[in-house]
Design a protein around this ligand. Structure first.
Ligand SMILES: NC(=O)c1ccc[n+]([C@@H]2O[C@H](COP(=O)([O-])OP(=O)(O)OC[C@H]3O[C@@H](n4cnc5c(N)ncnc54)[C@H](OP(=O)(O)O)[C@@H]3O)[C@@H](O)[C@H]2O)c1
Length: 378
């Protein structure tokens, strides 16, 4: 059973559920009568996150994430990867791709550059970024590919990136929120947020909000601007822990990754609703690349790495295959003016039930605005 935010529980619970914006301070247990409990998957209240024994709090997310990964990998074995249709050339259009120096992001940047787009790779390692730019320019003969520094673990760096972008006086037609980390050990971003939540989700939340005015200015009724956000099938097993979004009470790297990917889905749907309401010519979609052979798995334990090493050639997508849905969502004319979709293998799929809950979307947006210092109705 899902519990509405600020729902029918006792007052103490309601305060805790709405109040914990930064690292969790309040460790008061809830009375057993509290009904602001847990959904099996989805939104977790106090009963779920704090009274469950710590072993289960670590083990359950781990098992769920591995289960989901294996399920998707096996499905990939049985189903051919999505191949891109012919896509329209994109001369004169501008794209920003976070984490475009390698993996799925690099393949996305390469393909968009092949279509003639002006591509800006937003990344945190300058030398890797410049290498990627040179390689893309060499492969595509497109000289309008560049690197701009943007460390998504730092709100200061994100704001500086947007200032640098502004100084270029360019339009912006596509933003691909691609960068991410997975299963990092417990650590904080420069602004004190848990790293999966802070980088994968909040960094992109802030970046998108700061870039919205350029997207809105560049979108047209016959040629919408697009926000494409890369989530993951792990969002299906994620829980949005509203009383402890920073995973301070008990840190599970698997749970934190899945939560960040679930947050991105809610964010994308809420953004789409806002864009529609204000009549902007911008769409927001979320994509799931599948299980892809990239460096994302570098923090998996040694046993997992051996399994990956043995099976990746058979079960994993290549980075090019993994990028196909991001590219499709960025430029396909099938999706002209279409937003609010969860796309997997180039098809619209249903995301986790909880991701459609507008109260949770709004609540997450409001709390994220507070955390990043954005106006709430941005
Ligand atoms: N691979 C999969 O099976 C899979 C499955 C589902 C979803 N995804 C999602 O796909 C996206 C791309 O992942 P990938 O598989 O291509 O992994 P990857 O090869 O490790 O690429 C991740 C990218 O994110 C960048 N990044 C990391 N920290 C950053 C920071 N602080 N600021 C800016 N950029 C940063 C990395 O740059 P540096 O290396 O320079 O730090 C890198 O370019 C991620 O969002 C991931 O969650 C992947």
């Amino acid at each position: 059973m899902l519990v509405e935010p600020g729902g029918s529980g006792h007052t103490g619970c309601r305060l805790l559920l709405t109040g914990c914006v930064g690292p969790c301070q309040d460790m008061r247990p809830c009375p057993p009568s509290c009904s602001n409990g847990v959904s099996p998957l989805g939104v977790t209240g106090l009963l779920g996150s704090r009274t469950m024994n710590p072993l289960r709090r670590l083990l359950l997310p781990l098992l769920r994430v591995y289960y989901m990964g294996m399920r998707v990998a096996l499905e990939q074995l049985l189903r051919r990867a999505f191949t891109l249709p012919d896509l329209p050339m994109q001369h004169g259009r501008v794209a920003i791709i976070t984490g475009g120096s390698k993996g799925i992001g690099y393949c996305t940047a390469l393909h968009l550059a092949k279509l003639g787009m002006h591509v800006i790779i937003a990344g945190n390692h300058e030398s890797e970024g410049i290498d990627a730019v040179r390689q893309i320019q060499r492969c595509t003969q497109n000289t309008r590919v560049e690197f701009l520094c943007c460390d998504l673990t730092s709100m200061k760096s994100i704001r500086k990136f947007v200032q640098n972008f502004e100084a270029k006086n360019l339009d912006l037609h596509v933003l691909v929120n691609n960068a991410g980390v997975m299963l990092v050990s417990e650590r904080r971003t420069q602004d004190g947020f848990e790293e999966h939540f802070g980088l994968n989700y909040l960094g992109h939340f802030l970046l998108t909000n700061l870039l919205l005015k350029y997207l809105k200015r560049s979108g047209a009724c016959d040629n919408y601007a697009r926000v494409v956000t890369v989530s993951s099938a792990t969002h299906y097993v994620g829980e949005l822990n509203f009383d402890d979004l920073q995973s301070s009470c008990c840190y599970s790297p698997h749970g934190a990754y899945a939560q960040s990917k679930l947050a991105l889905v809610l964010f994308s749907y809420y953004l789409q609703n806002q864009l529609m309401t204000d009549g902007s010519h911008v769409t927001a979609n979320v994509v799931d690349p599948g299980v892809v052979n990239t460096d994302l798995y570098m923090n998996v334990n040694w046993a997992g790495r051996i399994v990956k090493w043995l099976t990746a050639w058979l079960l994993f997508k290549t980075p090019e295959e993994g990028a196909a849905t991001s590219i499709y969502a960025s430029v396909s004319s099938d999706l002209e003016g279409v937003g609010g979709c969860y796309l997997y293998n180039g098809q619209k799929e249903k995301s986790a039930d909880i991701s459609y809950n507008e109260d949770f979307q709004k609540r997450l947006w409001t709390e994220s605005s507070q955390m990043t210092g954005m106006p709430i109705s941005a």
